[in-house]
Design a protein around this ligand. Sequence first.
Ligand SMILES: CC(C)(COP(=O)(O)OP(=O)(O)OC[C@H]1O[C@@H](n2cnc3c(N)ncnc32)[C@H](O)[C@@H]1OP(=O)(O)O)[C@@H](O)C(=O)NCCC(=O)NCCS
Length: 229
Amino acid sequence: MKKYLDRSFLKNPLFDYLKWLVIKTIYQLRYWGRHLRINYKCSVRNSKFGKNNWLGPYSEIANCTIGDFTYCGSYCLIQNADIGKFSSIGPNVKIAPGKHPTTSHISTHPSTFNNQTNFVKNFVTENTYKNFENVSIGNDVWIGANCVIVDGVCIGDGAIIAANSVVNKTIGAYDIVGGVPAKFIKKRFTDSEISALLTLKWWDKDEHWIQEHISKFWSVGEFIDNFGS
Ligand SMILES: CC(C)(COP(=O)(O)OP(=O)(O)OC[C@H]1O[C@@H](n2cnc3c(N)ncnc32)[C@H](O)[C@@H]1OP(=O)(O)O)[C@@H](O)C(=O)NCCC(=O)NCCS
């Protein structure tokens, strides 16, 4: 049985500050020239980044792959997630926060199904339930403030998740969804526009291409007239 170690005495403003500074320095040096910004008290563990990522204050990022330009606001918990490029994650969003058994096991309490170190006592030596699952989020996705993206969910390119939603099912490309649980509200564009955008994959173009054509980004019709096949 794994032993619980009480490390709470290490929790103090000075230790937290130094820990943040060490993590920030290691990651920002590792991504030197790729402009990774780890804001105040944001913690990062076992994650990979692209270019120009901005991670909000007090957020926690663990076991993630995050594409170019994707950013998150403050107080997010983002773990076990593959996230594409140019996605915007609002403040206080929780992605793959973990799950407990609902109908299979007698109890929802982790001490009865998981041997983990953050409990004073466990009743098992082996895990009998997988309480974390990966989440996949596409490119150019916008997740509004306070959303929860439940473990195991996939969100397609260009989707929008309205503020305060709980997403518990796969969301299609360019869908706008909202509510608890999140329901389909509308498509962002027509089917042919969506298909052109998904073929074009503008997020994979280099920065010079985006800079050169940025004014075309402001009208879907003009964008597709110019670049759609
Ligand atoms: C979804 C959102 C983007 C609005 O998109 P929009 O294209 O302007 O859509 P509308 O405002 O016309 O709303 C369309 C429908 O969605 C509903 N809706 C809007 N926001 C919703 C929400 N958070 N939850 C549930 N339904 C919502 C509207 O009531 C409307 O329903 P109706 O057609 O039955 O009247 C916006 O409401 C939102 O949630 N923004 C996120 C803001 C945020 O969190 N910012 C943080 C900084 S990143």
